[in-house]
Design a protein around this ligand. Structure first.
Ligand code: ADP
Length: 973
């Protein structure tokens, strides 16, 4: 197709590509190139740039002009477009053969012509020093100071100022042009060319707005809402670093706050949206709040001049169509003057601007990319605006940081993500640090920590900051209970409920057993408000809504509802202290309300669609309960299960007849059991020769948590009675200590042993401990990539040696050191049916290998030993070889990437010589030389069991590799 036809046929797309961001920089850069290539003459340029025309009409003018000028101009236009447009916008455009046109013009013969031919470069070179250039021209009398002021009008971006300067100097004659060119040459020599992204001139009004934005953000983020009643802690006092990790990677490197926005872990360079995901209460809002506060103090993210914080909760309340400009200024911070100029600055410098959106999961509409909206000044409904911002059609180049509950991230959004960061809550050290910050009295802090460590189920819960906050807040209720203290999330929320009521009761009138009854009306009023709102993804309540819900001043004074601190609202607005609190009240209402309709509510809450047609993994996706649509209903259902636990019956019986409670309980048990059955039915039949394996869907973990909340072993037993799998796969399922507790509670009742695969979760040492009750039904445990240290292994081994069926463990990529090898040596000595030990990618050295060898010497069962990616060296390889020399069971050994040299190979040769069972030996990526391989070859002559020895990446020349390959076909290079 000719260039002319391409321009004509793609007219709409080209207009969109050049106008979608709202900035004229793209069009102007194209004009620069066309002038410099001689494709446009000066008059053409002036015709396109007539003052007062909109960006779109200037673009159309240019397209018409190029078309009328013919094939060669169109070809140059397409070349310029290909040069200027970002890659993402080029994807759907065709440039024919024009995209690689080089400038083949002759050398310009005068200074004024050079201004034209070098125009694109001059714009880049001079935009950082317009003032200097103007100064010289004024000094030499070529331009007047009023011309100078006009060029520097703050409505123009620095690039536009240069263009205006070039246009002016062109009319001032050869000498003026010469002076400007000389100035440009001089600065080229002295100044390192600035990074394209760093150049800008901040006008006074932008600076003023930045100041206003900083002080408003600083004021909003100074306190955490959960401490609003005490006024005791500022964010600085209490903020504790949470664990931040990159999603979709097997390396568990902790990120810092700036890394989240920075380049680390970028998967899609074209996308602008960074997602921070985590569970409810894992600290997403607090993380953003911290980031806002530090930015406002200019401590972090210096690259971003302007930060616009949005809350999806608040965006939900927006009924009107808004333009992007209105969205920024109305929802974040109103500029006192020069709105247009300020907005233009934002459009022209997208890389200096950061948008944050808290709580994507709380946005009413689900993400959709059906409706494109590119124009920043045209109003659109809020969802359209929001989705186009995230997806990148609107404000391309502005970095957007969005937080969401992991389970609520819509799959279609993923293609627009630059990267995903997981917020995994507190580490055990984080819990320690938080509790110490919370309690200024070190004695009390130690006391609280002691009771946490004596109740590991509760400790597991405290990895989620919101639970940690409650536990710290209710420390008086907690102390002294040890293991009989709260075990489930429902226990924790009942504790905080009691704490709040207790707190607000005058002295001498302590809460007795009947405290739920005493506060029944308040609970019901708040519960009704909470449930109705949750069902509609509603989280902020106006005063009228609160009053219409019958909520009284006194109810509010209890502290569960707090005033929304978003200052840009008209009038007072309320929200629950945390969304989990809203879910808890909704659950209380469902349980305590005697209305028969609640039967349907429970049914809906636990709804899991029936299987359709043939069974298979795809169908299994459907059994996710209420999760993806509204994750808060999922938490509500967990609380409903917990409140129906027999342990809380006496508390609730005060205000509800036992028959109704039992009926509701039966219904929930039925729903949960049916949900589990649906999961099991979705397991595909095993392929012949393979194990029957089930890959759990997120809904599976939710159901397991509901059963745990009920704390009824009979329910757990019945539910798993029919599960017949040999392998249960729960990789990348966000399993932390809390989920481990629930899993163990249910899985311990399995009828026959399984392989439990929990790779790439956040199990940690506390989670390992929580899993121990189900270790006796695990023949294999896969815990790759789980932040486990030697401490966790000590406990695991202690229990493991008592479990007859436990035979295999995989711990690739954790935080293990030589210390863990003592425990494994003990296990190998003690447990004579252990089959497989995989410890790859940890920090085990020669000393660790020597310890392990102690165990191996006495072990008569081990078949698989994996130490890939440690650092055992020759010494370690020798120690292991001595221990394995007489093994009659070893089938597979990997010492890949361990710094093993020829001495190590010599020792391993003795294992090969003696073994009748060894099948594969992996020695790739070591430093074995010719001598070492010689030993291996000679040993192979005496061995018939080995099928391959892997030696790729050792110290051998290509000739040596060829020679050995010919001599021994079982060597693989
Ligand atoms: P999310 O947004 O993930 O639901 P939040 O950020 O609202 O969670 O956290 C809930 C509560 O947990 C906060 O109000 C605060 O009390 C506590 N919290 C969360 N993260 C931290 C943190 N990093 N340091 C201290 N407290 C935290």
């Amino acid at each position: 197709m000719s260039a002319q036809q391409l321009v004509l046929r793609q007219r709409a797309e080209l207009v969109r590509a050049l106008c979608c961001g709202g900035s004229s920089e793209g069009l102007e850069s194209i004009l620069d190139l066309l002038l410099s290539w001689g494709a446009l003459v000066w008059e053409d340029y002036l015709n396109v740039c007539v003052a007062g025309k909109t960006l779109c009409s200037r673009t159309r003018e240019l397209l018409d002009l190029a078309y009328s000028k013919g094939e060669s101009t169109c070809c140059l236009l397409l070349a310029a477009l290909s040069h200027v447009l970002p890659d993402a916008q080029k994807d759907n455009l065709r440039f024919g053969k024009c995209s690689n046109i080089q400038n083949s013009l002759e050398m310009p013969t005068s200074a004024t012509l050079t201004l034209l031919s070098d125009r694109p470069d001059l714009v880049t070179q001079l935009r950082n020093c317009v003032e200097g250039a103007l100064g010289i021209l004024v000094e030499k009398g070529f331009i007047t100071s009023s011309e100078c002021e006009e060029i520097q009008l703050p409505v123009y971006t620095s690039s536009q100022q240069v263009r205006r300067l070039l246009d002016l100097v062109k009319c001032k004659g050869e000498v003026a042009a010469e002076v400007l060119l000389q100035f440009s040459k001089r600065i080229q020599k002295t100044v390192v060319p600035p990074n394209k992204n760093d150049t800008f001139t901040m006008s006074a009004s932008v600076a003023e707005y930045q100041k206003k934005l900083c002080s408003s953000i600083s004021a909003q983020s100074h306190f955490l809402s959960t401490y609003s009643d005490t006024g005791k802690f500022s964010l600085d006092d209490i903020y504790t670093e949470g664990l931040l990790e990159l999603g979709q990677t097997s390396t568990q490197k902790s990120l810092n706050l700036e890394d989240v926005v920075g380049p680390v872990g970028t998967l899609n360079m074209e996308a602008d949206t960074v997602l921070v995901s985590g569970e409810a209460g894992s600290g997403k809002s607090t993380f953003l709040q911290r980031l806002h506060l530090l930015w406002a103090r200019k401590t972090v993210l210096h690259n971003y001049l302007l930060l616009f914080p949005f809350s999806c909760r608040k965006l939900n309340t927006e009924q009107q169509d808004l333009s992007l400009k209105e969205l920024l200024f109305l929802h974040c911070c109103w500029p006192d003057r020069d709105q247009d100029q300020l907005f233009q600055f934002i459009l022209d410098h997208p890389h200096l601007v950061l948008f944050t959106f808290d709580g994507l999961d709380e946005f009413k509409q689900t993400f959709s990319d059906d409706q494109r909206h590119c124009c920043p000044t045209q109003p659109a409904p809020m969802p359209v605006l929001f989705f186009n911002l995230m997806q990148g059609s609107l404000m391309k180049g502005v970095r957007k940081l969005v937080t969401s509950r992991t389970e609520a991230v819509p799959p279609i959004l993923r293609q627009y993500l630059r990267k995903e960061v997981l917020l995994k809550g507190f580490s055990p050290d984080g819990i320690d640090c938080f509790v110490r910050k919370h309690h200024s009295d070190p004695g009390v802090a130690s006391h609280v920590l002691e009771s946490l460590w004596s109740n590991t189920a509760l400790l597991g819960l405290c990895h989620i900051p919101v639970f940690c906050w409650i536990v710290s807040k209710c420390y008086k209720e907690l102390l002294g209970f040890g293991n009989s203290g709260p075990q489930t999330i429902t226990d924790v929320y009942l504790m905080v409920l009691q704490h709040f009521f207790h707190h607000r009761i005058s002295k001498g009138n302590r809460l007795g057993k009947g405290w739920v009854q005493q506060h029944f009306d308040t609970i019901m009023r708040l519960g009704k408000l909470a449930l109705q709102a949750l069902e509609n993804s509603h989280y902020i309540f106006s005063e009228t809504e609160v009053q219409n819900g019958g909520v009284t001043e006194e109810d509010i004074s209890k502290g569960f509802l707090i005033q929304s601190k978003n200052i840009s609202f008209d009038g007072i607005h309320y929200e629950f202290l945390h969304v989990t609190m809203q879910s808890f009240f909704a659950a209380l209402f469902i349980i305590l309300d005697s209305n028969s309709n609640n039967h349907h509510t429970i049914k809906r809450l636990f709804q899991t669609p029936r299987p359709e047609g043939c069974l298979g993994i795809l169908q299994a996706k459907k059994y996710d309960g209420p999760s993806t649509e509204n994750p808060n209903l999922q938490i509500t259902s967990t609380f409903v299960s917990g409140l129906l636990s027999k342990r809380h019956q006496s508390l609730l019986l005060q205000c509800h007849p036992i028959q109704t409670l039992n009926k509701k309980r039966k219904q929930v048990v039925k729903c949960v059991s049916r949900g589990m059955q649906n999961h099991f039915k979705s397991i595909p039949r095993p392929v012949k020769g393979e194990k029957k394996s089930m890959h759990a869907m997120p809904g599976f973990v939710w159901l397991i948590k509901c059963i745990y909340e009920m704390q009824d072993s009979e329910v757990a037993k019945n539910v798993v009675a029919t599960l017949e799998v040999e392998h249960l796969k729960l990789t990348y399922c966000n399993i932390g200590p809390l989920e481990c507790t629930a899993l163990a509670f249910v899985l311990q009742h399995l009828q026959s042993p399984v392989g439990l695969q929990l790779d790439s979760n956040s199990v940690g040492d506390v989670g390992v401990e929580q899993l121990l009750p189900c270790l006796h039904v695990c023949h294999s445990l896969y815990l790759r990539n789980n932040n486990i240290s030697d401490e966790g292994i000590a406990k695991l081994v202690e229990k493991g040696i008592q479990c007859q069926t436990f035979k295999k463990i995989a711990l690739f990529n954790n935080k293990l050191t030589d210390v863990c090898t003592q425990h494994f040596a003990y296990l190998l000595k003690t447990k004579q049916n252990f089959l497989s030990l995989r410890l790859g990618n940890n920090n085990i050295t020669a000393a660790g290998a020597e310890q392990l060898a102690e165990g191996l010497r006495c072990c008569q069962s081990l078949q698989f030993l994996g130490l890939w990616g440690n650092n055992i060296g020759d010494k370690g390889a020798e120690a292991l070889s001595h221990a394995l020399e007489d093994s009659r069971t070893l089938v597979w050994l990997s010492l890949v990437e361990n710094g093993v040299g020829s001495a190590g190979a010599q020792a391993l040769a003795r294992v090969i010589r003696n073994s009748t069972t060894l099948d594969e030996l992996w020695l790739s990526k070591n430093c074995i030389t010719r001598d070492g391989v010689e030993y291996l070859v000679q040993a192979l002559e005496k061995n018939s069991s080995v099928t391959s020895i892997w030696l790729r990446g050792n110290n051998l020349s290509p000739e040596e590799v060829e020679e050995f390959s010919l001599r021994e076909s079982r060597l693989t290079f």
